[in-house]
Design a protein around this ligand. Structure first.
Ligand code: NDP
Length: 257
């Protein structure tokens, strides 16, 4: 099942799960009319695959510059998106871009933790705040009661490694200290924002994509990007107010905070 959102924005859309989301959304969902595929260097070599895809679907895909650590670029992107979507607003915002390192607490430098926070926490917060007017516009334009990803929703791609309850069991095998701390913060950010934005009928959820074979997940990952994204898009399409402020995996199973 693909999402029925009409306008969608994805960060970190030039490779990995972000690029696969763009692919599946344009290929499988006829409902998506505008897809803002954001990356930090649209003209660089790392965006070639995305640009090739965008050329095949010029009416749907707009490649837009957005660096999650650069508030100016976020503001400019929000302005560009606003000029396209107008009063119809933005239905679905997917905060997917992130960085990860596999280091222990004792190996972590303050600079590294700061970099994780700038990208994985401050980035999504600034993006949510700057795109709020467009999400509010979408909620208003929809004219339907309740919450859904085809009305107005924010999906933050987090990780099971951000689960506080799960850390005791998995930390020794997968330390990733600064990444875990940043994803736990992203989870709390999502939960708090979901409380704040309830009155606007904007849904917020945290999704874990599984352990996926991408640059971040590595070759030993359990599933490929195609399978993960198929699952993630299905879960996004099924979200209602029941899942508002929820933490789910790519199969729709609840994950303990
Ligand atoms: P990749 O490392 O393959 O891709 C990361 C993406 O994020 C790239 O497009 C990268 O762009 C972008 N990015 C990094 N920093 C910034 C920034 N400052 N501004 C904008 N974009 C940025 O990761 P995945 O595709 O595997 O991961 C996607 C999401 O899924 C992440 O949130 C990750 O934490 C989560 N996740 C992944 C798992 C896995 O097993 N793969 C497991 C659990 C969660 P660039 O090319 O410019 O670097």
């Amino acid at each position: 099942m693909a999402t029925k959102a009409v306008s969608v924005l994805i960060t970190g859309a030039n490779r990995g799960l972000g690029l696969e989301m763009v692919k599946q959304l344009v290929e499988a969902s006829r409902d998506v009319r505008k897809l803002f595929a954001c990356c930090r260097d649209p003209d660089g070599p790392r965006a070639e695959a995305l640009q090739t895809l965008a050329k095949k679907h010029p009416d749907v895909i707009a490649v837009v510059r957005l660096d999650a650590t650069d508030l100016c670029s976020i503001k400019q992107c929000a302005q560009q998106v606003g000029s396209v979507v107008g009063t119809g607003g933005l239905n679905l915002l997917i905060n997917n871009a992130a960085v990860a390192v596999r280091t222990t607490m004792q190996e972590t430098t303050p600079e590294e933790l700061q970099h994780m926070f700038s990208t994985n926490v401050m980035g999504p917060m600034n993006i949510i705040k700057e795109f709020l007017p467009h999400l509010r516009a979408a909620a208003k334009a929809s004219g339907t009661p309740g919450m859904s990803s085809c009305k107005a929703a924010i999906v933050n791609i987090s990780s099971i490694l951000g689960s506080i309850e799960g850390a005791k069991e998995s930390y020794a095998t997968y330390p990733c200290f600064s990444y875990r701390v940043s994803k736990a913060a992203l989870n709390m950010l999502t939960l708090c924002a979901s409380e704040e934005l309830k009155k606007d009928e904007i849904l917020l959820s945290v999704l874990h994509p599984g352990w996926v074979r991408t640059d971040m997940g590595g070759e030993e990952g359990e599933i490929d990007a195609t399978e993960s994204v198929r699952g993630l898009l299905g879960v996004m399409a099924s979200l209602t107010e029941k899942q508002n402020g929820g933490f789910l995996d790519w199969k729709g199973r609840s994950i303990p905070w």
